[in-house]
Design a protein around this ligand. Structure first.
Ligand code: OAD
Ligand code: ZN
Length: 251
């Protein structure tokens, strides 16, 4: 019944937005953050200021990143990613706003015109001073050659960091503006696989709802926004979205 309700909301909508979190990618073998096996359940996140201030912290951040990268490198889009890509292609979505950094929306064929990455992208690195781009293989080779020491930018000497947003780091402005614009003009907001506790990202469903959008939450655990949602589906995302795709006759 919930799937039929979801399908009819999607059919009635003319400017829906999907907002995705780490729960979308667990099917692809990438851990989320706040589940029992989540990254932040195991390790405390490294704040941005500490990363910038201290090379020992940068060394640890890169050590963790290279461990995590083993699961990232081989990850393929899951059923959820494929259904969202098909929905965007079929005109069911204005766009996808993601908090994920795993590049799996792009890998499932979603183009830039349909995608906002709110928390950056973990498949490459940049210099925090001059923005020069570095590939992870370059960083890793330098790190290992130096005896597990984080490399500095070869152009300007600045700290080199994964191109993701850490706690305490400024949000990317253009991305935030586009995400807010899509949210405020949406008539249906689908929050998928997020605990909805990290701000400002989690402010988007609230803003959309306040501006008249219907809010649907698909997540296997409760979220603080369940009480303002029009529909909450507590089930596996891959299952829910596959069944939605069937109802909508998507490929
Ligand atoms: P969380 O780990 O906080 O939440 C993921 C949610 O997905 C959890 O509530 C899980 O129960 C749910 N979930 C996992 N697998 C699922 C599945 N197969 N089906 C249904 N539900 C499933 O991840 P996010 O909300 O994305 O930010 O975290 C938000 C931000 O916090 C991240 O972008 C990251 C983190 O700190 C930064 O790094 C800046
Ligand atoms: Zn630099």
């Amino acid at each position: 019944p919930a799937i039929a309700d979801l399908a009819s909301l999607v059919r009635q909508s003319s400017c829906a937005v999907a907002f995705t979190g780490a729960g979308l990618s667990t099917e692809s073998g990438i851990p989320d953050f706040r589940s029992p096996s989540g990254l932040w359940t195991k390790n405390k996140p490294i704040p941005f200021d500490a990363f910038v201030a201290d090379r020992a912290v940068r060394n640890e951040a890169w050590r963790r990143k290279f461990v995590m990268d083993e699961s990232f490198r081989n990850a393929l889009p899951g059923r959820g990613h494929r259904v969202l890509a098909a929905m965007a292609a079929a005109g069911h979505l204005t766009g996808i706003i993601t908090q994920n950094i795993d590049n799996l929306h792009q890998d499932s064929g979603v183009g830039d015109q349909h995608l906002v990455e709110l928390h950056g992208n973990g498949s490459y690195a940049t210099c925090l001073e001059c923005r020069h781009r570095y590939e992870l293989d370059w960083v890793r080779a330098r790190y290992e050659a130096a005896g597990n020491v984080a490399p500095d930018c070869s152009a300007c000497g600045g700290p080199v960091k994964s191109a993701t947003i850490s706690f305490g780091q400024a949000m990317p402005e253009a991305e935030m503006r586009r995400a807010l614009d899509w949210s405020l003009t949406s008539d249906l907001f689908l929050a998928i696989g997020s605990s909805l506790v990290v701000h400002p990202a989690a402010g988007l469903p609230v803003a959309a709802r306040r501006n008249g959008a219907k809010l649907v939450i698909i997540n296997r655990e409760p979220t603080p926004l369940d009480e303002i949602a029009d529909l909450v589906i507590s089930a596996d995302i891959g299952d829910v979205l596959s069944r939605l795709a069937d109802s909508l006759d998507l490929p």
